[in-house]
Design a protein. Structure first.
Length: 115
């Protein structure tokens, strides 16, 4: 084989195959890293939201006290949710909980604190 033939084979066959494999590996690694960091970011946002709701529930109970009527629970939950919305708006926006989820979480936090 001559050097010219070998250079032609490398340039036209081997190098494009290696470039394709390298591109695929880089894409795969980038997707794996993005997925891992995305999961970690979501977990941090979820934890921040739960902490804000717990703090909001504690604050609401401290400010309003606790009576055993449903109306009072609604006020407490509303206060806790308002605190979370003010404290971690980015987490709420990123997690996008459905209607009523924040209130349900707040009620659960209030119930835990009221025991």
């Amino acid at each position: 084989m001559t050097d010219t033939l070998l250079a032609t084979i490398l340039a036209q066959i081997v190098l494009p195959i290696l470039a394709t494999i390298t591109t695929a590996l880089i894409g795969w690694a980038a997707a794996k890293l993005r997925a891992r960091w995305g999961i970690e970011i979501e977990a941090a946002q979820r934890e921040a939201l739960h902490q804000a709701l717990m703090t909001g529930a504690q604050l609401a109970l401290t400010r309003r006290g606790r009576r055993d009527d449903g109306r009072d629970l609604d006020l407490l939950a509303r206060d806790a949710v308002a605190h979370a919305q003010a404290s971690v708006p980015d987490a709420i926006r990123a997690l996008a909980p459905r209607d009523g989820v924040l209130r349900s979480l707040a009620v659960a936090k209030i119930a835990t604190l009221s025991r």
